[in-house]
Design a protein around this ligand. Structure first.
Ligand code: SF4
Length: 293
């Protein structure tokens, strides 16, 4: 499991190297005869890439696309690890993906699958992830943007989601001191108004522990999104989700056309259920915010 930009990058590499070869095979990328590119070679390519981006930005007068000098030193592969991990960890099931891609990160899984943010005893990337997750709050910020653009919300937790969107800080990117961790934990512990995007389930989870159907551990401050269940009272959907529900229903019907009757029936039933959910969304009147409880 990986996020779309990572998959796209892998697909590009697959086209660049002969079929069946390692993606970073030296013979193809650098003309050397054995092994794969080492970090020195990769770092040089990153440097060349930044120079190319800046040259193109200057040529096309795109000041906003310029890659500035980094006060922490040159961009190198060792620094991408956290960037990738941050993006992966924030997807549903992302922690499992992290554990697969970064096999040694057992501590991340230990700490996060149980969702006991306060119980953590070891520093490291999981602390950084918490801080950045809390800072970004981008599910709520994106929701606020969608609402501003006129989107409607549906689902039992829609009013809580509106409140969360109204309260969300805008993430602009900043470096925070280690002491920010406890603020991040407090932010994530606001039961009922922290929003978790769940694109696989085509919904947003406004996590409230008492009503969660995914059976979070006692005291958990995050849902077990990989075990998200239909009918949960924490569900929220936007117009976008309703559209995607219909698209997925159409896909299921297409699959069903090619399957034996018993399986086809099951897919068509699922497709009808998805359309019914989309219909319910479309018929939901606009919601107004409520104070958090
Ligand atoms: S079951 Fe409920 S609480 Fe759990 S992830 Fe799904 S919507 Fe959220």
């Amino acid at each position: 499991m990986a996020i779309t930009p990572v998959v796209n990058a892998i697909r590009v590499l697959e086209k660049m190297v002969p079929e069946g070869e390692l993606l970073f095979i030296s013979a193809h990328h650098s003309g050397q005869h054995s092994g794969v590119l080492k970090s020195g070679g990769l770092n040089m390519r990153i440097k060349d890439f930044v120079s190319w981006v800046n040259r193109e930005a200057a040529t096309h007068n795109l000041a906003s696309q310029f890659v500035p000098d980094d006060p922490h030193g040159p961009l190198q592969v060792s620094r991408f690890r956290r960037t990738l991990a941050w993006h992966i960890a924030r997807r549903p099931g992302g922690l499992v993906a992290l554990a697969i891609q970064y096999g040694h990160m057992r501590t991340v899984l230990d700490a996060r699958t149980s969702s006991r943010y306060g119980a953590r005893s070891r520093g490291g990337i999981h602390t950084v992830l918490d801080v950045e997750t809390a800072l970004a709050a981008d599910t709520a910020a994106r929701l606020r943007d969608r609402l501003a653009a006129g989107e409607r919300l549906s689902g039992p937790a829609a009013r809580r989601a509106l409140t969360a969107a109204a309260q969300a800080p805008r993430f602009e990117g900043r470096i925070v001191p280690r002491t920010f961790v406890h603020k991040a934990r407090a932010y994530l512990a606001r039961d009922g108004i922290v929003l978790y995007d769940n694109p696989e389930a085509l919904m947003i989870c406004a996590f409230k522990h008492d009503v969660a159907m995914c059976e979070p551990d006692p005291g958990a401050t995050a849902p077990r999104q990989y075990d998200c269940r239909p009918g949960c009272a924490n569900t929220v959907r936007t117009d976008d989700h309703a559209l995607l529900l219909r698209e997925r229903a159409d896909e299921l019907d297409q699959f069903a056309d090619r399957l034996p009757p018993p399986l086809a029936r099951r897919l068509r039933t699922n497709a009808s259920r998805l359309r019914a959910t989309a219909d319910t969304h479309d018929s939901t009147p606009p919601q107004t915010a409520e104070a958090p409880r």
